[in-house]
Design a protein around this ligand. Structure first.
Ligand SMILES: *Cc1c(COP(=O)(O)O)cnc(C)c1O
Length: 473
């Protein structure tokens, strides 16, 4: 009978495993510290296994402490540790703007602009004509004003920062009036009431969750009011018995009282969504022309650019924000500027924007195109499953990312039915998630759904291979 204490004594030392050929070979390819860590962790896991099995002689007998095998395990672990933590993956969920999967993808021209600037000195803060010091914002402000009709623009790190900077500059120690129906939480960490407290603005809530009228705002305006705030309820929609006040009406009330109207648009679209069969979404230029004095939105939602927070509006207000010390803390870097400038340039011609910005290309893909692609992929995937288990079904893709909460895009996902199969749907989904590249898809009871709207043509082959490998593991 094996005694667990003698097994513990038999555990090979770190140096012994490092001398194994497998480890020595790997030392030439990977940093020594990774291999050392992996060897230490492998030995520790064997020690834990011995201690766990101490009351069970049959299990102890099965523990194989051969240095060769342990070194191989350590090498496999070191290889896993040597892979990048952040890596590309295949999004087969059909959710176009998926915050957990990196939100929007950049267009080819944005990627080119970003990599050119990344590896070279550039005129980030220099006017080349005069040779004098310039502002990094110059590269974006003209384009943003041209596209939106705004007087001035300032771009910060993300939209949460844009809202914060706006409130801090305009309303710190003052009151800001917001409808109770718009006290939203987005993604768990951005909550309007909390951002307001942090900015120093005092929140004055008006109306009720489903109904707010102009007279509700009117009743609380006083000499301590600094602004009215309208927030786009990006990730939900109140339906039924509702009333909200339009930007136009709110701006008239604000201006009658010499106050600015701030509008947090969240997603910020520059294109008329109705033209593409989507629900209406307020455009940035419409809010400005309806009288909003400051609007803010994200760079990486429906705009389809890099992470950024865009502030547009009245020149005097934007200039105050520029001078706020906090603007320096939220400053965007050259990579963001390069990618955002290239993205905005595409909007100079709507056809370029819709055709070249991945978010728009995916949203506007015709269902019929998706059905044809799905049929092809389904034909290839069918080989790996029992007959009748793989089919193209009717479904819906989503825009996601706190944008167009009602938008349902007709789609034709490939469904793999794993009921009564040797592998459960959740097991196959987990294997795909852990593969190289990882594949993320939707799970619906015993079915896996592969929505090709968010998969590009070049990834289709990788997707088929990933499913094949996951099934045969
Ligand atoms: C998404 C969103 C934000 C936060 O924007 P980030 O760019 O993620 O910081 C703020 N307000 C609204 C209404 C949003 O939809």
């Amino acid at each position: 009978m094996t005694d667990y204490r003698s097994l513990l004594r038999e555990l090979p030392a770190v140096d012994r495993l490092l001398k194994e050929p497998a480890a020595e070979e790997t030392l030439e390819r990977l940093p020594r510290r990774l291999i050392l860590q992996a060897v230490q962790e492998t030995i520790a896991s064997y020690r834990a296994m011995i201690i766990d099995s101490r009351a069970d002689p049959a299990r102890l007998d099965k523990i194989d402490l051969s240095p060769e095998k342990m070194a191989e395990e350590a090498v496999a672990l070191a290889i896993r540790k040597g892979r990048p933590g952040l890596k590309p993956l295949i999004n087969a969920t059909g959710v176009v703007i998926h915050t957990n999967l990196g939100r929007s993808l950049l267009s080819g021209s944005a990627v080119e602009a970003l990599s050119a600037v990344a590896a070279s000195y550039n005129n980030l803060e220099m006017f080349l004509e005069s040779g004098r010091r310039g502002s990094r914002q110059e590269h974006l402000e003209g384009l943003l004003c041209e596209l939106s009709g705004a007087e001035a623009a300032l771009v910060v790190n993300n939209n949460a920062a844009a809202v914060f900077l706006t409130l801090h500059t305009i309303a710190s120690d003052w009151e800001v009036i917001v409808s109770r129906g718009q006290l939203v939480e987005i993604g768990g960490s951005f909550r309007i009431p909390e951002i307001m407290v942090a900015s120093g603005a005092r929140l004055v809530e008006v109306g009720t969750t489903n109904k707010t009228y102009l007279r509700d705002y009117e009743a609380v305006v006083n000499e301590n009011t600094a602004a009215l705030l309208k927030v786009h309820t990006s990730n939900y929609h109140i339906i039924g018995f509702t009333a909200t006040v339009s930007t136009e009406e709110l701006s008239r009330l604000a201006h009658r009282n010499n106050l600015p109207l701030i509008e947090d648009l969240g997603s910020g679209v520059l294109i008329d969504t109705c033209k593409y069969g989507l629900p209406a979404e307020p455009r940035v230029q419409d809010s400005l022309s309806a009288g909003a004095d400051v609007v803010t939105f994200s760079g990486d939602k429906m705009l389809g650019g890099p992470q950024a927070g865009i502030i547009l509006g009245r020149r005097d207000l934007v200039n105050h924000m520029r001078k706020n010390q906090l603007a320096r803390i939220m400053r965007i870097d050259k990579l963001t500027i390069a990618a955002l400038e290239a993205t905005l340039r595409l909007y100079l011609d709507e056809e370029d924007a819709v055709g070249q910005i991945p978010v728009w290309r995916m949203i506007t893909t015709a269902p019929e195109t998706l059905r044809k692609r799905s049929e092809q992929i389904a034909g290839r995937l069918a080989e790996f499953f029992e007959p009748g288990k793989v089919a193209v079904v009717k479904g819906l893709s989503r825009v996601g990312g706190g944008a167009l909460p009602d938008a349902e895009l007709p789609a034709y996902p490939v469904a793999i039915n794993l009921q009564d199969g040797p592998l459960s749907a959740s097991e196959l989904a987990a294997r795909l998630r852990l593969g190289e590249p990882p594949v993320i898809l939707r799970l619906q009871q015993d079915k896996l759904l592969i929505d090709l709207r968010t998969v590009n043509g070049e990834q289709e082959e990788e997707l088929v291979l990933a499913v094949k490998k996951a099934c045969s593991d």
